[in-house]
Design a binder for this molecule. Structure first.
Ligand SMILES: Cc1ncc(COP(=O)(O)O)c(C=O)c1O
Length: 460
């Protein structure tokens, strides 16, 4: 076998993978699923040091609204570097922060922007969530947090406590004491076993009655946090009526409503912010991922009435990332100018329709759902009996094989949802029509090949 010269000098694909595997923590995540060493990337394309090219349908877990290295982002970064602006300024006032704040406020839902305050957080979604909890706990004098099963809000203590995943929460004792978890509407695997609109109505009724029950065990809530489309939970969209019910229920009880837009923001779901689909006005929004135009940035935006913090109440060293603000401004403006949220709605609907049509020929596809370019394809065991809502058991083994088969076909997709059995599609908003076809072709072929092999394996 010929060894590539780069492998001999230790700079090749396998050598780098092996070194990082042996030196990085065992908590590394995506690097386990994708043995790729990216060297170059542009738009939806990623090229490894081994020359292999992939269509990236993960987009940094929804971060890359404009794909990799978009010209407007690169231009903004280069312009900022050449300007001599300081790259690090703690939270001092800068022209870049000023422009970013203008651009961000211009995108906010009507009724929210006029009285909004922004807090620049440590540059991760999870820090934005911590800030939101602290802000509302300070403002209300209450401790409790209301969150939803299947939700994901991050990995720091408060955000983790509010998330649904039991495996990651269990080793951290005591953190979830103040959190009350409520049922999220998920028609395919309805927490009430009824599905459809009725499941969502029951979720609202249950929430309302539990909050009003003095013996219900709810720690008096400082806030409710909700994703309008659960991302890591498997691309599960909440019905707009249900979101309006959550707004009514919280407003009537003076409970601030925090919308976690970390993954859904910046056009991803077919509106600039996912909360806009329901037309409600939240009390706070947590934003990260796409707002930094590929670079780390997170903010909490909230109604000025809650601004009761003391100076330094949620401080941090990296809250003034000049480059991220410049890249973020360029991204927010470009998404608005080019109508990319509207494009996400149209393209996402087309992709979802095409995937739904495959269900008859590929019965391993149990459910196709999502909103805009946040799409989930839940894989099930087609030979098992369906439950009362028509859902068959999840099939995590097939899901892992499909992810690998996609990679072999040059397509990066990640899994999520219950038991990691949902293939999640998060392409950049600039995905072309040809790329849509290529993604669907590769995914279809991967599912067909994996399920055919399993069927023939099972019968032999
Ligand atoms: C909805 C939501 N909230 C919060 C987070 C945490 O963001 P980060 O990973 O930047 O801490 C994520 C990350 O995927 C998310 O999807």
């Amino acid at each position: 076998m010929t060894v590539h010269p780069a492998e001999r000098t230790g700079t090749g694909h396998s050598a780098i993978l092996e070194r990082q595997r042996s030196r990085e923590s065992s908590a590394r995540t995506y690097a386990r699923s994708f043995p790729i060493v990216p060297a170059r990337a542009e738009g939806m394309w990623v090229e490894g040091v081994d020359g292999r090219r992939y269509l990236d349908c993960l987009s940094g877990a929804g971060t890359l609204a404009l794909g990799h290295n978009h010209p407007v982002v690169l231009e903004a970064v280069r312009r900022t570097l050449d300007s001599g602006a300081p790259l690090h300024v703690l939270d001092l006032a800068t022209p870049e922060k000023d422009r970013f704040t203008d651009a961000l406020f211009a995108t906010l839902p009507s009724g929210f922007a006029d009285k909004a305050r922004v807090h620049f957080c440590g540059p991760t979604g999870t820090d934005g969530v911590e800030a939101a909890f602290k802000l509302m706990q300070t403002a209300t004098g209450r401790r409790g947090i209301l969150s939803f099963g299947g939700g994901y809000h991050g990995m720091t203590a408060g955000a983790l406590a509010a998330s649904g995943g039991v495996t990651t929460r269990t080793p951290v004792p005591g953190i979830a004491a103040d959190v009350t978890r409520l049922p999220y509407p998920y028609p395919y695997r309805c927490p009430f076993g009824v599905g459809g609109d009725q499941g969502a109505r029951l979720s609202a009724t249950y929430t309302e009655r539990l909050l009003d029950d003095p013996n219900g065990g709810v720690v008096p809530p400082a806030a409710m946090i909700v994703e309008a489309v659960q991302g890591e939970g498997g691309a599960v969209p909440a019905p707009d009526d249900w979101m309006r019910e959550m707004r009514r229920i919280t407003a009537e009880r003076d409970i601030p409503l925090i919308i976690d837009e970390v993954q859904t923001g910046v056009g991803r779901t077919g509106a600039f912010w996912a909360v806009e689909h329901s037309g409600i006005v939240p009390d706070a929004m947590v934003m990260s991922k796409a707002i930094g135009g590929s670079l780390p940035l997170a903010v909490l935006v909230y109604h000025e009435d809650y601004d009761g913090w003391l100076p330094g109440a949620h401080t941090g060293t990296f809250r003034g990332n000049t480059l991220a603000m410049a890249a973020g401004t360029a991204t927010l403006e470009y998404v608005t100018e080019q109508g990319l949220a509207e494009r996400a709605a149209v393209v996402g609907a087309r992709m979802t329709e095409r995937l739904n049509a495959l269900r008859s020929s590929l019965p391993a596809i149990g459910d196709v759902r999502g909103r805009g370019l946040m799409i989930g394809v839940e894989l099930v065991d087609p030979d098992a009996e369906p439950d009362a809502c028509g859902a068959r058991p999840v099939d995590p083994r097939t899901a892992v094989q499909v992810r690998t088969a996609c990679l072999e076909r040059g397509l990066i997709v990640e899994l999520g949802g219950r038991f990691d059995s949902t293939v999640r599609l998060l392409p950049p908003l600039i995905i072309s029509d040809e790329q849509v076809e290529a993604v669907l072709d590769r995914l279809t072929d991967a599912i067909a090949t994996v399920t055919a092999l399993r069927t023939s394996g099972a019968s032999s």
